[in-house]
Write a protein of this length. Structure first.
Length: 332
């Protein structure tokens, strides 16, 4: 791990104990921050007070820092709690802010491309009958079921931020019609907007569900968006429709989704995220023909890691230079 020459300007890199891909994130961040700060990896076996000595910034991979860590950061005078990720549903935002520690996260633009590419990958996987084709190959047969085409189908985007627009651009290139919802009216100067139909805010969701062949979620998980697609919402979709989710699992009532897939009320589900993670191997989703599943890997690209590292390191540099972090700052 690379470290900087300013020993008093230290960063504590915190990660969830279940993180399976720690090293690339840590290496990329340490390389970006090397010029301004020494980077230490949090060690749960060592006393908290000792670990937070001289620490000015905590970089929290995924935002899993609990109250005990936040308290230790407050007592040590930490000047920034930087979440290395966009979602803040794993961390108690109000608790961090009440502690007086500024909280920042990396913007959605850091993962817009991989999320969009992954969503499209899942859609093509379902449309082109990938699973059935593999079964045909394994049985040494030739031919297989008819597949479909994305061209001419309607993609409904619930959330039209960075990842939603990145998917829209790709879907338009495939000849899809794109309709979108977002609480913030899109900027008409964005060329992506010109090719899409903006339906309005969440109050227009019924209209989007009614016309869409694919419904893709691009929202953060909040109290308001929890189970946004519940049994009632799913019932308003076409039986031939497909739900796509590379955002957060709890945006969907998973039990209602399984019931709809089993009954034929919904054609398919393209999922990278789940209500419970990891998804238990006995979960009924695994046995459903219309379910295309990946293990929360949409954002796991080396490019994502480098973009987030550059962003977080820039905030660390601001703190080290005696300035308040400006980018990605969370406010209530």
């Amino acid at each position: 791990m690379q470290t900087g020459s300013i020993g008093a300007s230290r960063v504590l890199f915190v990660r969830a104990t279940t993180a399976a891909t720690l090293q690339p994130w840590l290496d990329d961040f340490a390389a970006e921050a090397a010029a301004v700060s020494e980077v230490r990896l949090f060690d749960a076996a060592r006393p908290l007070r000792e670990q937070f000595e001289t620490v000015r910034v905590v970089v929290d991979l995924g935002g899993f820092g609990g109250h005990e860590l936040i308290d230790a950061g407050r007592d040590a005078g930490v000047e920034l709690w930087q979440v290395l990720g966009y979602g803040l549903d794993h961390i108690d935002v109000d608790y961090v802010l009440a502690s007086g520690i500024p909280l920042a996260h990396t913007p959605g633009s850091c993962t817009a491309v991989p999320l969009a590419e992954h969503a499209l990958h899942l859609m093509l996987n379902l449309e082109k009958q990938w699973r059935a084709s593999q079964a045909v190959l394994a049985s040494a047969r030739y031919g297989g079921p008819f597949s479909g085409e994305l061209d001419g189908q309607t993609l409904g985007l619930i959330g039209f931020g960075a990842s939603g627009r990145a998917l829209a651009r790709r879907a338009l290139a495939f000849g899809m019609r794109v309709v979108a919802l977002d609480a913030i009216h899109p900027d008409d100067d964005d060329p992506t907007v010109a090719g899409c139909e903006y339906l309005g805010g969440i109050e227009s969701m019924d209209e989007l569900l009614d016309v869409s062949d694919y419904v893709s979620l691009h929202l953060p998980l909040t109290d308001e968006t929890h189970h946004l697609l519940d049994a009632s919402a799913i019932a308003k979709m076409k039986p031939s429709a497909v739900i796509v989710n590379v955002a957060r699992g709890k945006l969907i009532d998973q039990d209602a989704l399984v019931a709809a897939l089993r009954s034929g009320a919904l054609r398919g589900a393209c999922l990278d995220v789940y209500e419970e993670e990891p998804l238990p191997p006995t979960h009924p989703l695994f046995g459903l023909e219309g379910a295309v599943l990946t293990p929360h890997t949409a954002g796991l690209t080396r490019q994502t890691s480098r973009r987030r590292a550059r962003f977080a390191a820039a905030n660390v540099a601001r703190v080290v230079n005696g300035n308040r972090p400006l980018e990605g700052l969370v406010q209530r």
